[in-house]
Ligand binder design. Structure first.
Ligand SMILES: [Zn+2]
Length: 221
């Protein structure tokens, strides 16, 4: 592991240049650096130049303060377990809680057009271009939600402005309440399915018994 860490830090600027073409490797590198960020500064002092060090730490900072990361951290603390950026699901949801059949998207207010939000106001220049672009993004979002719901997933949208310090607690409690609620709904449908199966099995048994007694009567004739 120390060798991997050394290579990762020492070569990280090269990896970053490469990762412009490969977002997955960028994400892996960022997560690796966050994991080791406590030791990063100290170890880097010996092995990379000042510019490289500054560049790497800026990446660590930008990755660890992403709104999505803030939400993930709180959910984890509350005991939720999840997967991130699941590509096999429509729209690669940011957070996937399979146990609760729930996916969460953390949306930037501007790019996804948060209605009535200050951060989502359209720039005064190139207004038509921006309006069309945001509308396209919204259409795509709605298409993704429909696809997920058709597959039986509950979709939660968290807007970036809802993760600001002043409203963070409120958002977290709303989100976790919704996740629990979804979990209960799944439980209910599972119980309903179980009941329906039991009724069906009873009906089948009664039918078999009727058939058997009919056969016995016919045999006596
Ligand atoms: Zn907003």
């Amino acid at each position: 592991m120390p060798l991997l860490f050394f290579i990762c830090v020492y070569k990280s600027d090269i990896v970053y240049k490469f990762s412009d073409f490969c977002p997955k490797s960028r994400k892996m590198l960022q997560e690796f650096l966050i994991l080791y960020s406590r030791n990063t500064k100290r170890i880097m002092a010996d092995i990379v130049s000042k510019e490289q060090r500054h560049f790497i730490m800026s990446q660590v900072h930008s990755a660890s303060t992403k709104p999505e990361t803030i939400l993930r951290k709180f959910l984890w603390r509350q005991g939720f377990r999840y997967r991130v950026n699941v590509r096999r699901l429509p729209g690669s949801p940011d957070i996937v809680l399979s146990k609760y059949r729930t996916v969460i998207f953390v949306h930037g207010c501007f790019w996804h057009g948060h209605k009535g939000c200050k951060s989502a106001s359209i720039p005064k220049s190139n207004t038509d271009f921006w309006t069309a672009k945001i509308a396209r993004n919204q259409e795509r979002d709605q298409d993704v939600w429909r696809q997920l719901e058709a597959k039986g997933w509950y979709v939660i949208i968290v807007w970036e402005c809802q993760l600001k310090k002043a409203v963070l607690d409120e958002t977290i409690s709303k989100v976790s309440e919704e996740i629990y609620h979804n979990g209960e709904a799944i439980q209910q449908t599972a119980e309903e399915r179980k009941k329906a199966r039991e009724v069906y099995q009873l009906e089948m048994r009664a039918r078999r018994e009727r058939e058997a007694s009919l056969k016995a009567e016919l045999a006596q004739c």
